[in-house]
Design a binder for this molecule. Structure first.
Ligand code: FES
Length: 486
């Protein structure tokens, strides 16, 4: 029997040797484990003292000498072998949402109800009374402590049978209970989240041929209420995207249009002449800061913009506080500045003799944002190249040009479009107009909450959509390789 103390307040006893992330999860403490505990991302740093397994090679690769001296360990790698004390930074459970219905015309069959948008990272619930939001709850998805993306979550479910189901179901049940079990509830989410929510087997969604147990699009009795779950199109294009397409109104106009969700799954929908094509690029969470050495969400201390003016590089941070890391919009700007100044070569390599080239703690070339400790490493550039290449190639595989490009996701509304084009995340001169719509999934959910007609349109969108698989498409592969260049 050994004793564990967490953040000087929780004290527990264990008999078996456990890794620190498992202990923290048993204590109900949410920490970030973007790679799901594979020892790949190096993001699960905690301070631990006491009887611990020896420092591994994996940990040495992710921790600086200074961090090792301060007692930092990787929570998914280090194991408690006797009494230990752990200090860990908890994921803030309340998060902000970028949510506006301004661009949507709303018709009303109902005036009250609850809409829940289950994102892979964030869950937002909005309760309406008399057509007006009367309560908003936003929380980090508790499954985040088992990985940043859906594929990692499915893999985690294999190792922790049932845990991810109950985490999500309890979280949603609590949100519905906090809103007094409204009779009219709409839930929008990707296909994997809806499988977790309704207790259906998620494992087939993680491997070819990626079979779904259900594509939803109807009402279900859930948690003492009746919930309408927005229809999904495939294993990779979920109800959040059908809701997004609905909110953009792209299928109701004469012009050609594309909706791109700049999130982890990088879903793309292309509409032209009554035809709708949807695909997912599996871009990864790099532009959301996950898997990037100093990447972080857009919260206090995140560098959110970088610019080069008259040879001087300047930056801003969220909350005007000391820089702690860098979020998606800052990453795009930083890449643009790196390209402008010539430190970044076309291949993505650093020009080592460039005056802006610095060294990371392994002594390898990196880019340090002047006046800060925030760096972008070689591995970061590689992850960003893969992500931008996938989005860019996916867009061009579906269409050469469109009249309107809609960007969805909170991140999409913060980026500088010219920089996104300059670094090749978005193809140049692709659209006559580009519109950032924010959280389109939530907006589409609100439309479906109020109107039966909007629910009918959602079903129509799902039925008319033709899925495109990029991984079997040689055109995509060629473009992908090209689009990874800067
Ligand atoms: S290295 Fe521990 S979660 Fe990724």
């Amino acid at each position: 029997m050994y004793q564990v103390t967490v953040n000087n307040k929780i004290s527990l006893s264990y008999t078996e040797e456990l890794c620190l992330s498992e202990i923290l999860s048993r204590c109900g403490l949410l920490i970030s484990v973007p790679c799901g505990g594979q020892g790949v991302c190096g993001k699960c740093k905690v301070i631990a003292q006491g009887s611990l397994s020896p420092l591994t090679e994996t940990e040495r690769n992710h921790l600086t000498q200074q961090e090792i001296a301060q007692g930092f360990r990787l929570a998914c790698v280090a194991r408690a072998t006797g009494d230990v004390s752990i200090t860990a930074e908890e994921i803030p459970q309340v998060v902000e949402i970028d949510f506006s219905m301004e661009h949507c015309n709303i018709s009303h069959d109902f005036t009250d109800g609850l809409v829940i948008d289950i994102g892979t990272t964030t869950i937002a619930a909005v309760l309406y009374r008399n057509k007006k939001p009367s309560k908003i709850i936003t929380e980090v998805n508790y499954q985040t402590s088992y990985g940043a993306d859906v594929i990692t979550r499915i893999a985690a479910e294999r190792d922790h049978s049932g845990v991810l189901y109950s985490l999500l179901q309890h979280q949603i049940e609590n949100m519905i209970a906090a809103c007094n079990y409204p009779k009219n509830t709409v839930i929008v989410a990707n296909t994997v989240m809806l499988h977790f929510l309704t207790g259906q087997n998620v494992l087939p969604l993680g491997e070819a041929p990626y079979q779904t147990a259900d594509l939803f699009g109807k009402t279900y009795p859930l948690f003492g209420t009746t919930c309408y779950l927005a229809p999904c199109i495939s294993a990779f294009v979920g109800g959040d995207i059908t809701a997004g397409i609905l909110a953009s109104r792209m299928t109701e106009k004469e012009e050609s249009a594309m909706l791109v969700d700049l999130g982890t799954n990088g879903e793309i929908a292309y509409y032209n002449k009554n035809k709708l094509f949807t695909a997912s690029t599996a871009a990864g969470p790099a532009f959301e800061g996950a898997g990037i050495f100093m990447g972080m969400p857009a919260k206090a201390g995140a560098i959110n913009s970088v610019s080069l003016t008259n040879g001087t590089i300047t930056y801003t941070t969220v909350g005007n506080t000391k820089p702690k890391g860098i979020c998606g919009s800052g990453i795009i700007d930083a890449l643009a500045v790196m390209k402008q100044t010539g430190i970044l070569e076309e291949s993505g390599a650093f020009l080592e003799e460039h005056p802006l080239c610095s060294l990371d703690f392994h002594g390898r070339p990196c880019f340090r944002i002047p006046g800060t400790e925030v760096i972008l490493t070689r591995e970061d550039i590689r992850a960003l190249q893969l992500a931008k290449g996938a989005i860019h190639a996916g867009m061009l595989t579906l269409a050469k040009q469109v009249d309107t490009l809609y960007l969805s996701g909170g991140f999409g509304s913060k980026i500088k479009i010219e920089n996104a084009e300059y670094i090749g995340l978005l193809p140049k001169h692709f659209a006559k107009t580009t519109v950032a719509l924010g959280n389109t999934a939530l907006c589409g959910g609100v439309l479906a909450l109020f109107s039966k007609e909007e629910r009918r349109k959602l079903s129509e969108i799902a039925a008319m959509s033709q899925s495109v698989l990029f991984h079997q498409n040689p055109d995509f592969t060629d473009r992908y390789i090209e689009a990874m260049l800067f």
